[in-house]
Write a protein that binds this ligand. Structure first.
Ligand code: PGA
Length: 255
């Protein structure tokens, strides 16, 4: 399965900084061969990224969207507006949106459906807090988040998803999950999709691990049977460290 490595820049980088990053990444396009590598800049930098990436195999993603196509939703951006800039992927239900902005499973569900309807590929984020892990509730949390976000989806739509397993306690802390814990959670996600939607979507689905991924540890995740990529925050902000990370992932799976 083709690895998918996504750079989640969060609220970082101006348009000019984005263009400079893209130029640097494009110095070695060979690095991207055989992998899906995408950057998810803030909305305001999408036009600059789209322009800088023209003709490149580096893909473009967004970090959020609203489920309605237009209307009185001050401050929101629709799927159609993202597609307009050549955006192919959209991160949905990231833990920062769930925990800091109060985003609920039913809203994530509306977003997933709106993204698919507009031919955007959702990167659906799920994951437990530290307290939930300590209480042994990881699978229960994953089941609740998956059930809530995927309500009403057809089997063929489930197969189009990318699901990012991001334990909240590992995000931005430098404390990544162990390979064993990440594999267990990602295997649970695939099993959930298989039981609910059948084996075809489960085989098609790509599951990423996210949370303190860097060049030094990505290899230990992408070689695991249930993991097909990574969602990367901090280590994606500099072209040098992101290139090193992509290279390490390639090395781990392609050689
Ligand atoms: P991190 O962030 O790589 O900085 O831990 C990951 C994410 O939030 O997607």
């Amino acid at each position: 399965m083709k690895l998918i490595i996504a750079a989640n820049w969060k609220m970082n980088k101006t348009a000019a900084e984005t263009a400079a990053f893209c130029r640097e990444m494009r110095r070695d396009e060979k690095l991207l061969e055989g992998l899906d590598v995408l950057i998810c800049p803030p909305f305001t930098a999408l036009p600059a990224a789209a322009e800088a990436l023209e003709g490149s195999s580096l893909k473009l993603g967004a970090q959020n969207m609203h489920w309605e196509s237009e209307g009185a939703f001050t401050g929101e951006i629709s799927a159609g507006m993202l597609v307009d800039f050549g955006v192919e992927y959209v991160i949905l239900g990231h833990s920062e949106r769930r925990h800091l902005m109060g985003e609920k499973d039913n809203q994530v569900n509306l977003k997933v459906k709106a993204a698919l309807k507009n031919k955007l590929k959702p990167i659906l984020c799920v994951g437990e807090t530290e307290e939930e892990r300590i209480n042994g509730a990881t699978d229960i949390v994953l089941e609740k988040q998956l059930g809530g976000a995927l309500t009403g989806l057809a089997a063929e739509q489930a197969g189009e998803l990318v699901i990012a397993y991001e334990p909240v306690w590992a995000i931005g802390t430098g404390k990544a999950a162990t390979a064993d814990d990440a594999e267990k959670a990602c295997a649970y996600i695939i099993k959930y999709i298989r039981e609910k939607y059948g084996s075809d979507p489960a085989l098609q689905l790509r599951v990423q691990y996210g949370g303190s991924v860097k060049a030094e540890n990505i290899g230990s995740f992408v070689v695991l049977p249930s993991i097909s990529g990574a969602l990367v925050g901090g280590a994606s902000l500099e072209a040098g460290s992101f290139s090193a990370l992509v290279q390490a992932a390639r090395k781990a799976v392609l050689h």
